[in-house]
Ligand binder design. Sequence first.
Ligand code: 3PG
Length: 215
Amino acid sequence: MKSIDLKNLTALQVMQDAPVIPVIVLNDVAHAVPLARALVAGGIRMLEVTLRTPQALACIEAIAKEVPEAVIGAGTVRSAADAQAASKAGALFAVSPGYTKAVGKACRDSGLPLLPGVATGSEIMMAQEDGFTELKFFPAMQAGGSALLKAWSGPFFDINFCPTGGLTLTNAPDFLALPNVKCVGGSWLTPADAMACGDWARITQLATEASQLKR
Ligand code: 3PG
């Protein structure tokens, strides 16, 4: 993997590093480090740990400290407080399911590159007004899939998207073939049953397949 200057990390670099950003839900802090190592072993180092469980910040902290080859990010960032807590825990980028000015400002103030979530043209315009041009398209399958992204490539020709929500190894290629898609996001790399039984080899296998997707 290419070396990366983490002090000057940009949202575009977060998107371009690998074809897939894993969307991770962790319920057990003990899983955080082996999971991150398993994903890195499969060629995926941009990791989005979602702030959806009480353990999420501790998991981010553990990965930030113990897995320096990973680039840890926080997902499900919905408030300024979330952004600040994620940054304090060691997150290096943020992903949000929607966009507000407060989240945008808090991420800027904390030095966190942000992929704001959008699902409509107006939301794209609001995020772009505040300087964000690398956006998460969420929920991708439910909101219009690759057909909507194709339609957006006209008016929003200068925006890069990471579609997330309903993506799998099977449908990811439809999205990755689009010029306005730099990567996709998805939870399929980290199945709850594999994590529960510590099947890290399976997760490395899923990451290896995902890292080999063409774009
Ligand atoms: C997200 O937060 O980005 C989605 O919950 C991930 O969607 P998926 O579970 O359908 O991959």
